[in-house]
Design a protein around this ligand. Structure first.
Ligand code: PLP
Length: 280
């Protein structure tokens, strides 16, 4: 099941062509996107996702995404969804057609969540650390690299996931060249030490995660300490729990990292999932 809504407020057939071959989103990955979780007809963290779409578009010097049109497209997809209780809602916004009049292309597409995600949410996964080839100051020094923008250029992220598969793992934790933890290709890293949650700072050129933010909000209210600070790769192996957070996967535990079995964090996972769900 899929539902496609365009920014002019119409529904379109996702099985028929909608995008011009000269679209710069297609030709150069020149555009931005968001993926939002919808549960029981309600989009989670819609405003933070739309704010981040604005922020990513600004980093690419694009026209601001038309918020009312995106909100209408979101409502249209949700209103016409007849599939499962939970689905993923993708918002896409590109620079438009090469040589065209500069009008951006945008749409909202609802898609089912695959069985792999459900399995990983329940059972956890194995991950490997991979060098992202950057240092912690690069985002500040070279903003044109668009580190921390949710741009459509995710080919590197997808290549890293294939490298993980070659190494017998399902996921990746990117690190700086000097061993500081960054993020997953589509997720935020959350580490647990006692009653403290830690995630690396977005100034390292990583995406500020809406799921991690919601979890930290709930945890802080429940008396946890939440820290946004650098994490060294060596700290990942002996933490009480290591988790990947993202809108569609919610909070997923890492069982094995770089071939090493991590401490059993299933009870912690249940606690964090409870905190996260208490936000909705
Ligand atoms: N980091 C990257 C690179 C991502 O692509 C994503 C989401 O896909 C995240 C982190 C997690 O963000 P969110 O929790 O808002 O989905």
């Amino acid at each position: 099941m899929r539902v496609l809504a365009l920014l002019d407020g119409t529904l379109a057939d996702p099985d028929s062509p909608q995008i011009r071959v000269e679209d710069l989103g297609l030709m150069r990955g020149d555009g931005v996107f968001e993926t939002i979780l919808v549960v029981g007809g309600k989009p989670r963290e819609l405003t933070p996702h739309l704010d981040r779409l604005d922020r990513s578009a600004a980093m690419l010097d694009m026209q601001p995404p038309p918020r009312a049109a995106f909100e209408r497209a979101v409502e249209l997809v949700i209103g016409n969804w007849t599939g499962g209780e939970e689905f993923a809602l993708k918002l896409v916004y590109t620079r438009g057609v090469e040589g065209g009049d500069g009008t951006p292309t945008g749409f909202a597409l609802g898609v089912e969540i695959g069985p792999k995600v459900h399995k990983q949410r329940a059972e956890g996964l194995s991950a490997v650390t991979l060098d992202r080839g950057i240092d912690a100051d690069l985002a500040d020094r070279a903003p044109w690299l668009l580190l921390g923008a949710k741009s459509l250029s995710y080919a590197i992220n997808m290549a890293a996931l294939r490298e993980a598969e070659r190494r017998g793992a399902a996921e990746v934790i990117f690190t700086t060249s000097d061993g500081s933890v960054l993020e997953g290709p589509t997720s935020t890293v959350v580490l647990v030490r006692g009653k403290t949650l830690v995630t690396p700072p977005s100034k390292f050129g990583i995406l500020p995660g809406t799921t991690q933010y919601a979890l930290f909000r709930a945890a802080e209210r429940a008396g946890w300490t939440v820290l946004v600070e650098p994490i060294q790769t060596s700290e990942l192996y002996d933490a009480d729990g290591l988790f990947l957070a993202s809108s569609v996967r919610k909070i997923t535990r890492v069982n094995v990292l770089d071939g090493k079995q991590l401490p059993d964090s299933s009870a912690l996972l249940a606690e964090l999932q409870g905190l996260y769900e208490s936000e909705y």
